[in-house]
Ligand binder design. Sequence first.
Ligand SMILES: [Zn+2]
Length: 729
Amino acid sequence: MAVTTRRVRSAIILASIVVFPAAISRGTQENPGIRGFAPAHVAAERALEQQLRAIPDPARAESNLRHITSEPHMAGTEASHRVAEWLRDQYRSYGFDADIVSYSVWLAQPREVHLELIAPDKKALATPEQPFAVDPDTSDKNIVVGFNTFSPSGDVTAPVVYVNYGMQADYRELEKLGISVDGKIAIARYGGCYRGIKTKLAEEHKALGLIIYSDPEDDGYVAGDVFPNGPWRPMTGIQRGSVEYTQIYPGDPLTPGVASTANAKRLAPADAANLPRIPTMPINSQDASVILENLGGPHVPRQWQGGLPFTYHIGPGAAVAHMKLAMDYQQRTLYDVIAKLRGTNDGEWVVLGNHHDAWVYGAVDPGSGTATMLETARAFGELVRAGWKPRRTIVMCEWDGEEPGLMGSTEWVEANRAELQAKAVAYLNTDVGVAGPNFTASATPSLKELVRDVTREVQDPRDVRSVYNVWLDRATRQQEEPSGIARPPSAKFTAPGEAPIEALGAGSDFCPFFDHAGIPALDAGFIGDYGVYHSMYDDFYWMKKFGDPTFEFHVALAKILGTLALRLDESDTLPFDYAAYAAEISRAANDLATRAAKQGIGSADVPAVSDAAARLTASAAHASQALQQWSNAPPNAAKQYEMNRDLVSVEQALLAPEGLSGRTWYKHTIYAPGTYAGYAAEVLPGANEALDRQDAGTFTRESAALGAALLRASTRLDEIARLASSTTQ
Ligand SMILES: [Zn+2]
C-alpha cells in the first residue's frame, strides 16, 4: 500500500478537497430513505445493518491480527502460503466457499545487499534495523534485509549526488544549478511520490544507481517520538518497497494484460517495460547521514534541507559509494484466497479485497485491513446463520504479492476480466485499515455519497459523534490552518458541508479493478501518526501500543465495510451518483481547457471534450431525475437487473479500449496513477500528461479518446433515463 509521509499527506488532503455544486442531491436530506432502496425495503435494510454492526468484536480483531503478524510473511515465501491457508480456513469457518488461487510470477528476493562509503573514509553501510528487547518480534531471524524489489542486480562505484525527493521538479532545480547525476549514484529521500518513479527518473537522468533513505523530517524524530517510545521511525528503520514501474503496468512483469498461469506466454525480462534498469536500494537515516555529511558542492535549496543535524549539500564531493546488489530472480508462487458467499442473484457480485503479504509483519500494512475484513466476513456469516440470504453474491479476496506490485489482484483481474465486467457491481478495498484514528477514503465519484452516507451510520470510537462528523470536522480544521503548502486554485474548499474524498490514485489493489477493468471502486481506512511503514517495526507491538490499543477502530472499519457492502448487496437500484461524477469530470475538463489554452495546444481538440462533458452533465442530471421516480416504484426483477447492469456499465464506458498512450494497460480515461506525479491520481491522464510533455499529437489522440468515452457514458445514461421513464410512466 502506498503511504505518504506527513508533509505529503497533508498536501494530498488539501489538493483533494473539491467543489460540490449545491444542486447535487444528498440522499439523507431530501430522501429520508436509503439511497438505492425502495421505500418498502428501507426498514428491513436498517434492521439488517444494525444486526451486522452489532457483531464485529475488538477482542477477535486483536486475535486475528496477533495470528497474522506471528511471523514475517513476504510474498513468494512459504510463510505467505501459510497465511493464505489460514485465511482460507477462517472464511470457510464463517460459511464461505473459499479456495486458494495460485499464480507463478517473476519475483526477486535479495541474496546480497551491500553498501559502503569508500571515500573520504571507508565505512560499511546497509546497517540492519535494530532490535528492541521490549518487542521480541524485532529479533526474529527471518526478517528480510532492507531491499527494493525489482531492482536489478548491480555493482557500481561512484560519487554521490543528493536529489531531494528525486521528483521531476528536483531534477529541474539540479539542472538550474548545473549539477548532473549522469555517471553518479543518486541519493533521494522517501516521500512525495511512489518510489518506482524515483528510480525511473534517476534512470532517465543516467544515474548509475539510486539510494533511497528515510529522512527524520518526513517520518522520524522530527515528526515525533520514535519506536519503541513513539509511533515514528527510529534512526535504523528502513522502508522496504517495490520499484517496479507500476505506473506503466502493475502485476507480473512478464505477463502484461494476461494472467500468469502455467501456460501463459511470457516476455523475456529484458523486454519487460516495467522493470527498472538501475540498481536501487533503501537505507536508514543513520547510514544516510554518513553519506550526506560527506557531500560537497553547494548548499541545498532551503526546501531540500531535511531533519539530520547538519547543513545538507548537493554534492558531488568527497563521498564515493560502492553499491553491490545480488538479486535472486525466479518464478515464484503467489497464493490468493477467494471466498464467496452465494447470493440469490449470482449474476451480480459485490467484491471486497485486501492483500495479505507483508514486507515483514505488516501489522498496519496490511494486517489491520485483513483483521478487519475477517470480522466483516464473520458478521456476514452470522447473518446467514440467522436466516439472511445475500441478494447478490459477496466475494471476499485476500491478495498475495501486493507489495512487489499489486500482483495477486492484477493477475486475478486479468484472468477474470470478462466475468468481472459482466458481474461485479463494485470493488471495496482496504489495505492500511487502521494506522490511527482519522478516517480517510478515496473512491470513484459515483460512490462518494455512499461512503458519506455509511460513515454517518457508524459512531466514532473516541466520540459521541459519527465517523462522518469527526472526519468532516477534521477536514474543515485542516482547511483553516495555514499550511504553507502551495495548492492549485481548483483545490479550494468551498463546500464546508462535505467531507473530502480523494480520487483513486495508485498503490493498492483497487488499481486493476478500476483502472484496467472499469469496476466502480473505493478504498477506505483510518490513518494517523504512522512512521514505521514497510519496516520491521510495523508489528503487533506497534499496533497495541500506538495504532489502535483497544482495537475499536478495527471494529469501526469492519462496521463501515460491512454496511457499504450491504448497501451495494441489497439495494434495489445500485446507489451510484452519476450527477456527482459528471460534475467532477466537467470541472476537470474546464481545467484541461485552461491549461491547453495557456500552452497554445489543442485549440482544435478542446471544444469536442468540453461539448462531450456538457452532454454528460445533462445526461447524468436527466438520468438522476428519472431514477428518483423509478426508485419509489420499483418494477419487476428483470427490469431491475437490466437497470443495474446499465448503471454498472457507465464506468466501463469510460475505458478507452486502446488504453493510454505509452501505457496501454491503463484503460480508464478519467483517472490513472500519474506517470511522474506520485501516488496521487492524474485526472484526465492521457490529455493532461500530453500537455505535461507539450506533445500536441498525443494531445489530439487522447482528447479524441476522452471525448468518445464521455459520449459513450452519456449514451448509457440516456438509456438509463429512457428505461426509468418507460417503466414508471
Ligand atoms: Zn499494503
